[in-house]
Design a protein around this ligand. Structure first.
Ligand code: PPE
Length: 305
C-alpha cells in the first residue's frame, strides 16, 4: 500500500522534514532485522484527532525491546508525547503511526551490545488494510505452507522487524495463490494468527482466540475486541484452535490496528457465513469506540490536544 508523505518525522528527539528522515545503508538493523516497531492509528473525533490505546502500544514497544535485549533511550511517557507531536505536526484528522527503534550506524556484526539505538516515529494517511468492505464482504484465507515462528527461535511476542520475514513469506504466497490473507499454524499445528492480524473463530456459539503460546502477537485490538464482545454478552475464550475448527466455524474474523475488524468469508475455500452476527456487532462497536463515541471505552482514546 503506497505511502503519502506528511510534514515531519520524529527522529531521536527532533521533528525533521519528511524527506530528511534518512539513514545510512550500513545501519545495523537493515542487515539483521533487529528493530522493534509498532502500528498505531489516530482517528478523527469530535475533539480533534485521538490516538487509540497509544500508551498500550508504546508499552508494547518497550516490551518488545526488553525481549530483544535492546535498551530504549526514551521512556514510555517521552514516546507518548513524541507520538502526539508527530500527529499534531501532520495536521491530519486521522493517521497510521509507525514508531520504530533500531540499532544504528557504526557497528557491524551480530553483537548488538556496543550498538547505538535510534528511534523514529512517522505517520501518514492509510486506508483500510484488507479493503474497504472487509467487515461486510469478508476476506479469503488460505492456510499457509509456512509455519508460524516459534518461541525458542524468533519470539513472536516481540514485534521485531525480523519476525515479519515469516509474515511476508506467508502473505506473498497467499496473494500469489489468489487469496487475501494467510492463516499461519504453529509448530504444534494449532491456529496461530494471520500475517498482521489476530484471529477469532466462533464454535458452538462461543468466540475462541488462540493463546500467545500458539505464536500470536499479544494484540491490542484482540484485547479491545475481547472486552467489547464480553460487554455485548458474548462468550470469549482463549483456546487452542484446530485448522478444521475454521472449516466449520459459525463465523470468523481477524483484527488488528491496520485491519480493524475484518470478517472472514472462507478458509481454504470452505465458506464461512459472513459477516456473522457477532462479527457485525463487534465491528460496529469497535468502529464507534476508536472514535471516542462509546462512553465506557473513552479511556482507550488519547487526544492529541
Ligand atoms: N499479529 C501480527 C503479526 C501483527 O503484525 C499485528 C499488527 C497483530 C497481530 C495485531 O496487533 P494489534 O495491532 O496490536 O491489534 N499488525 C500491524 C500491521 C503490520 C504491517 O505493518 O503491515 C498493524 O495492524 O498495525
Amino acid at each position: 500500500m503506497p505511502i503519502t508523505p506528511t510534514e515531519k518525522i520524529w527522529m531521536n528527539g527532533e521533528l525533521v522534514a519528511w524527506e530528511d528522515a534518512k539513514i545510512h545503508v550500513l545501519t545495523h538493523t537493515l542487515h539483521y532485522g533487529t528493530g522493534v516497531f509498532e502500528g498505531i492509528r489516530a482517528y478523527e473525533t469530535a475533539d480533534g484527532p485521538a490516538i487509540f490505546r497509544l500508551t498500550d502500544h508504546i508499552e508494547r514497544l518497550h516490551t518488545s525491546a526488553r525481549i530483544l535485549g535492546m535498551p530504549l533511550p526514551y521512556t514510555v511517557d517521552q514516546l507518548v508525547e513524541a507520538t502526539k507531536d508527530v500527529v499534531r505536526a501532520s495536521g491530519l484528522p486521522s493517521a497510521y503511526i509507525r514508531p520504530i527503534a533500531y540499532y544504528g550506524y557504526g557497528e557491524m556484526g551480530l553483537n548488538t551490545i556496543p550498538c547505538s539505538v535510534d528511534v523514529a516515529i512517522a505517520c501518514w494517511p492509510w486506508g483500510a488494510y484488507l479493503g474497504d468492505d472487509a467487515l461486510t464482504k469478508g476476506v479469503r484465507l488460505k492456510t499457509s505452507s509456512w509455519t508460524r515462528i516459534d518461541h525458542n527461535s524468533m519470539p513472536p511476542a516481540a514485534k521485531t522487524t525480523g519476525n515479519y520475514v515469516n509474515s511476508t513469506l506467508a502473505k506473498v504466497e497467499a496473494v500469489n495463490a489468489g487469496y487475501d490473507e494467510a492463516l499461519l499454524l504453529s509448530n504444534q499445528g494449532f491456529v496461530s494468527e494471520c500475517t498482521g492480524e489476530n484471529v477469532f473463530v466462533a464454535r458452538h456459539g462461543k468466540l475462541l482466540t488462540p493463546p500467545l503460546a500458539a505464536g500470536a502477537l499479544e494484540g491490542i485490538t484482540q484485547s479491545s475486541v475481547t472486552t467489547i464482545a464480553r460487554d455485548l454478552g458474548f462468550d470469549v475464550e482463549t483456546s487452542n484452535i484446530a485448522r478444521s475448527d475454521c472449516y466449520i466455524a459459525e463465523e470468523m474474523f481477524l483484527c488488528g490496528t491496520a485491519a480493524e475488524v475484518s470478517a472472514v468469508n472462507s478458509v481454504d475455500d470452505r465458506a464461512i457465513p459472513c459477516p456473522g452476527p457477532m462479527t457485525a456487532s463487534i465491528g460496529e462497536t469497535y468502529h464507534k469506540a476508536i472514535r471516542g463515541e462509546v462512553d465506557r471505552y473513552k479511556d482507550w482514546v488519547e487526544h492529541v490536544g
